[in-house]
Design a protein around this ligand. Sequence first.
Ligand SMILES: [Zn+2]
Length: 347
Amino acid sequence: MQALVLEEKGVLALRDIDLPQTVGPDDVKIAIHTVGVCGSDVHYYTHGAIGPYVLRAPMVLGHEAAGTIVEVGENVRSLAVGDRVCMEPGIPDLSSRASKLGLYNVDPAVRFWATPPVHGILAPYAVHPAAFTYRLPDSVSFAEGAMVEPFAIGMQAATRARIVPGDVAAVIGAGPIGIMVALAALAGGCSRVLISDFSAEKLAIAAAYPGIEAVNLKETTFAAAIDTATRGWGADVVFEASGSAKAFEGLFNLVRPGGAAVLVGLPVDAVRFDVAGAISREVRIETVFRYANVFDRALELIASGKVDLKPLITGTYAFKDSIAAFDRAVEARPTDVKLQILVAEEG
Ligand SMILES: [Zn+2]
């Protein structure tokens, strides 16, 4: 079947490729409807690797998807043909120690869509375990369903932060993940979320949401803005969502005594950070790797109207124009948050 294949670094092709379509007893087969273009997909396209994951053979891209079930395995009771669903792209070994601890996202054996050598799902059909496939509430569109995966990272960050109602949060970086983190922090009970970036366009998109306040780093420092907002006390939770080494300079000065720093962004190289600064405030440091056990809650928040991800979808392309979608993503326009591809014929 036709799929969007990354042949090698910098070379995409929409072409036929053999993908396994055998539906096991615990699997479902999904007709893919909508797929989001993720920063990681784009990075494999432009760099051919992310850290230790190196593209060594042609690979289908895409891991943020929603669609309709067309076949279910004989053991599957929770889902039926015709159900609209979204999928969690990582498949852990459910008998692993990490899975038994509930930490299946850090199972070393996890197979994740569009992470070499595992194929992604920019193709008309995918087969996936029912256990990692989630029914969309009627009020949630396919486009929103395909946004659950990136939002899940925000959900994981908010969960790891252990937010308490009324907390003041600060998010470094107003890229797609920073915005997802800010929205999840608000939904998780934060009274206000300050978000910083150098891009006025990105900040404008974030600050269009009530409760999110933009801090333009071309005009002030984040430390000064947090100082003013908290009268010198510091933010209860600081989320690092830029992945920039610079963000680690003075990071812990943004956190109130006894508060938390949650590391979401992935710096390319090792970074230095101020251990004494963290210790002197007894800052709790948390890290976020993908997500576990948050898709159901993400869907509930979207269905309830408490989280609206629709304004973040800034462009939609037909499947035949997938390469154009990726080339636009490479441009990294500051006004773009999420581009999506409609795989289904009729949209
Ligand atoms: Zn993604």
